[in-house]
Design a protein around this ligand. Structure first.
Ligand code: FES
Length: 162
């Protein structure tokens, strides 16, 4: 049995990955956004303790770290679901009944747009256009696009995602 203390230096493997990355970039100009992106990639979102860690390591005030994290839509301060549902509410989809699809999904999952189910299975979002207007009404789940759906079909599609 080894008595080496180094092995357990990082009890949290995610923290170890982040710390290594921060050590590489901490003297680089403009390191904050890449640091936040890496943290989100590793943790799935940006917990407060992780932003505090970034603040400490990069010697940037926490208020600035928090300000940047809340400014950009790419960053998420709450846990996200394993599956991200994006319901398009753009004009083409709106005309073809996107509101009914959104309502059907909201009622089925018991969450509103911008929320995540308590089991972290789904996060529900609305977007202005998925670039698939010819398929209106369209939704995306992760990288998969579904079009010309009825509300019932949209709800049925969710079953494929665990
Ligand atoms: S408006 Fe819905 S995909 Fe463009």
């Amino acid at each position: 049995m080894s008595n080496c203390c180094c092995k357990n230096k990082f009890e949290d493997p995610k923290l170890e990955i982040l710390q290594k990355y921060l050590a590489e970039i901490k003297n680089t100009r403009g390191a904050l956004i890449p640091a936040l992106q890496k943290a989100q990639e590793v943790y799935g979102y940006l917990p407060s303790k992780v932003m505090q860690n970034i603040s400490r390591e990069l010697k940037i005030p926490f208020s600035r770290v928090y300000g940047v994290a809340t400014f950009y839509a790419q960053f998420h301060l709450k846990p996200r679901g394993r599956n991200i549902i994006r319901v398009c509410t753009g004009t083409a989809c709106h005309v073809k009944g996107a509101d009914n699809i959104l309502q059907g999904i909201q009622e089925t999952l018991g969450i509103k747009s911008g929320e995540t189910t308590s089991d972290l299975r789904f996060t529900l979002e609305t977007v202005a256009c998925l670039g698939a207007c010819g398929l209106a009404p369209a939704i995306m789940i992760n990288e998969d696009t579904y079009g010309r759906l009825t509300p019932a079909e949209a709800v049925k599609v969710l079953e494929q995602y665990k």
